[in-house]
Design a binder for this molecule. Structure first.
Ligand SMILES: [Cu+2]
Length: 156
């Protein structure tokens, strides 16, 4: 009889130890999840002195290459990647650096951003818009497709 009850006691002790270990594991997992949550911070974004992170300068540039021979326009934008976040107010300073007024270039985007600034050589234009749609959008010069393009990326 005494032998039997001590066996039951041992089993009870065993169950108690297992449940203590299990709750310890559960606590450790919870703590880990909490730690994981707090380290999910926003990526750092640092502008240049005096510049907003959402302010960009884009110049046109004529490459020193034979357009006729290559069969493709050799004008480019100096900035071909713009990354912002949804809701940002984006400012672009666009410069047509061509010397001859007839060398026109545009900064154009289709819907949803839907804009087109057409500048003569020597002109510049500053414009702003709100990045309200997430995604990747090509900006381009209507005179120099398919090569004079860049990408606006709007992150969530
Ligand atoms: Cu162009």
């Amino acid at each position: 009889m005494t032998n039997g009850s001590s066996k039951v006691g041992m089993i009870g002790l065993g169950i108690a130890i297992v449940s203590i270990v299990m709750s310890g594991v559960a606590l450790a997992m919870l703590a880990g999840a909490a730690r994981g949550g707090s380290t999910q911070q926003k990526a750092m974004e640092v502008g240049a002195p005096g510049n907003d992170v959402n302010e960009f300068y884009i110049f046109t540039q004529e490459l020193n290459a034979d357009e006729e021979k290559l069969g493709v326009p050799v004008a480019v934008y100096t900035l071909t990647e713009i990354t912002v976040h949804k809701g940002d107010n984006v400012t672009i300073h666009f410069y047509n650096t061509a010397e001859a007024a007839e060398d026109r270039h545009t900064f154009t985007m289709q819907a949803p951003y839907n804009m087109s600034y057409d500048l003569a050589g020597g002109e510049d234009k500053t414009f702003s818009f709100t990045a309200d749609t997430v995604g990747r959008f090509t900006y381009y010069c209507t005179y120099d497709l398919p090569s004079m393009i860049g990408q606006l990326e709007v992150l969530p």
